[in-house]
Ligand binder design. Structure first.
Ligand code: 6CS
Ligand code: FE
Length: 311
């Protein structure tokens, strides 16, 4: 297969290719509009430098408790257990991830349209945005497996046809994230470089990659060079903490060897000016619950009083 002329980030080729500098801004909102939003200039500068930002106690404990109760209900809900977007741990019946969570739950749907979150998203992406993907990662106590190092953008570009780096993940902790329960690890500064990954993508790769990722994983030498240069951070914090991370920031997490589950909620916002095309790996598009193509209008904020507080 030929690399497309409109492919700014060729990846998944048969032979290794060199890493290169990202072709897109990190904060897309330019000029005097830049600080027109909840994020301060200092926070924007940190996001540009590190590729992520952390806010402890973004949601209050009462709100987090309501979300956690919903989760408990999902674990016993037959229709959710059978749904295509529900991924179990390799070889087990325990839930690893539920994709498309904002379509299953009104409470999660309203949170995606939280006015403060959307204002931050607009500030970073420099445009209106829609949800590219939403999910909960469970990581049950003792049995929760980890996630290998990867850039989300690499997968979304190759397998979903996301053209440019103009998307951002909001991850909200629904349980405490401690050093023991497999917290998210990130390489600060890694978002500035694109690491192409080797290997053609088989059709329906997602059916195995969501349990254990084999493709779209950079090689050890490139990863080691990044980690040697920038180090690794594993932000920990109480339930309700928020991590905002840029779509190309390298991240991973360890297995959960503690008895305590680690559940995180993820919303991925993509710019309305960065709509999906045909996947750059040449395959057919993945299902909507992974790379949404049917609901791509700008999100409208929920009025404050219908937002987090109500159930
Ligand atoms: O394939 C995907 O889209 C997903 N996989 C990983 C490991 N991270 C991002 C995303 O949810
Ligand atoms: Fe990821």
């Amino acid at each position: 297969m030929e690399t497309r002329a409109d492919d700014f980030y060729p990846t998944r080729l048969e032979r290794p290719t060199e890493s290169f500098e990202r072709q897109d801004p990190v904060v897309h909102n330019k000029g005097s509009d830049r600080t027109n939003g909840p994020l301060s200039e200092t926070e924007l500068t940190h996001y540009e430098r590190d590729g992520f930002l952390v806010f402890n106690n973004f949601l209050d404990q009462a709100t987090v408790r309501q979300f956690r109760e919903d989760l408990r209900g999902y674990e016993d809900d037959e229709s959710i257990l059978r749904s295509e977007g529900t991924i179990t741990e390799p070889g087990k019946q325990e839930i690893r991830s539920i994709f498309g969570i904002h379509e299953l739950s009104d409470r999660f749907d309203r949170l995606t349209r939280d006015p403060k979150i959307l204002a931050m998203v607009r500030q970073l992406l420099g445009s209106e945005a829609y949800i590219h993907q939403s999910r909960i990662n469970f990581k049950p106590g003792f049995h929760g497996k980890g996630f290998d190092w990867h850039s989300d953008f690499e997968t979304w570009h190759a397998e979903d046809g996301m053209p440019r780096m103009r998307a951002v993940s909001f991850s909200i902790a629904l349980t405490d994230n401690t050093p023991f329960n497999g917290p998210l690890m990130l390489i600060p500064g890694s978002h500035k470089t694109f690491l192409p990954c080797v290997g053609r993508t088989p059709e329906d790769n997602y059916q195995s990659s969501l349990k254990k990722q084999e493709l779209g994983v950079p090689n050890d030498r490139d990863l080691a060079a990044m980690a040697d240069e920038y180090g690794i951070k594993a932000p920990t914090g109480p339930a309700g903490s928020l991590i905002i991370f840029e779509c190309n920031t390298l991240h991973a997490s360890n297995a959960n060897m503690s008895p305590w589950p680690r559940s995180n909620l993820f919303f991925v916002y993509n710019s309305v000016e960065n709509q999906l095309q045909a996947p750059f790996c040449g395959n057919k598009p993945r299902p909507d619950f992974l790379g949404n193509r049917s609901n791509t209008e700008a999100l409208v904020p929920v009025p404050e009083d219908e937002g987090r507080k109500t159930g």
